[in-house]
Design a protein around this ligand. Structure first.
Ligand SMILES: [Zn+2]
Length: 263
């Protein structure tokens, strides 16, 4: 299994990262994607990527950390991506979040600049959303964005999910589906094709049901897979095989060039 979204570069994993990775492997999780959030984090991610061959990285500017230096950061991002083309599988984590006190216009400017950069570099994107599906879809359409990507921590209706799938996106499925109160998302995920889903944790955030208040870790992908298997009335092995294949189709160009679903 693959954790397609975990922030293993965050300080909270500094002291025991090796053990966290060993625990994940013991739970059947053997590959990890660390999305980027800030310019400071990009170097840490590149260092981790060098140390652990089964870690993939994406670089980007997360909507939680905007500041007055957006233009300079975008220029830096472009330069760092150019210098590390072989090391980077996607541009992200980027997106829009209406629950934080950061002007939406500023978030949209940062999103669009990065979508354009991804389009130029032919990189898929990792998209963060919170009550912003309509805006994300608006910008994806306005830019005629064709590189695809993943909707991180998908929650929402089946129709919204299909709008993204139609535009070449996968849906990142994490701990949300382990909560019975998330009935709309659980119903949507149950009716969506497995060929459009990726597994993720968002570790250290988004703890699964029963683990609230604890640091989330990539080993928990196995429990997300178990819940997804129940929702689709199939086996964990099947879930793991299909979602691993989806991951490779989206993020690994080895032998797959041109196989990304087109928008
Ligand atoms: Zn994240």
């Amino acid at each position: 299994m693959i954790d397609s979204h975990c922030h293993l570069d965050f300080d909270i994993f500094d002291s025991d990262l090796h053990q966290i990775i060993e625990d994940a492997k013991a739970a059947g999780v053997s590959r990890f994607l660390i999305p980027g959030t800030t310019p400071d984090g990009w170097q840490r991610q590149l260092t981790l990527k060098q140390k652990y061959p089964y870690i993939d990285i994406a670089l980007g500017l997360h909507p939680y950390f905007p500041d007055t230096l957006i233009d300079r950061h975008i220029d830096t991002l472009e330069a760092v991506l150019a210098d590390n083309q072989q090391q980077v599988v996607a541009l992200g984590e980027i997106g829009l979040d209406s629950t934080v006190e950061i002007a939406m216009a500023q978030q949209e400017r940062m999103l669009c600049a990065q979508l354009e950069l991804a389009q130029t570099l032919h990189l898929p994107v990792i998209l963060h959303h919170r009550k912003t599906h309509h805006l994300l879809l608006k910008h994806i359409n306005a830019l005629n964005f064709k590189e695809g990507g993943v909707i991180h921590a998908f929650s929402g209706s089946e129709q919204v999910a299909r709008d993204y799938i139609d535009r070449g996106f996968y849906l990142g499925i994490g701990g949300t589906i382990t909560y019975s109160r998330a009935s709309k998302t659980r119903e949507a995920v149950a009716s969506l094709p497995l060929s459009s889903l990726l597994l993720e944790t968002d570790a250290p955030d988004m703890p699964l049901c029963g683990y609230q208040g604890e640091r989330n870790t990539p080993a928990k992908v196995s429990l997300v897979a178990q819940t997804l298997a129940q929702l689709h009335d199939t086996s964990i092995d099947h879930i793991s095989e299909i979602t691993d294949g989806n991951y490779r189709r989206l993020f690994c160009s080895e032998g797959n060039e041109g196989e990304r679903p087109s928008a």
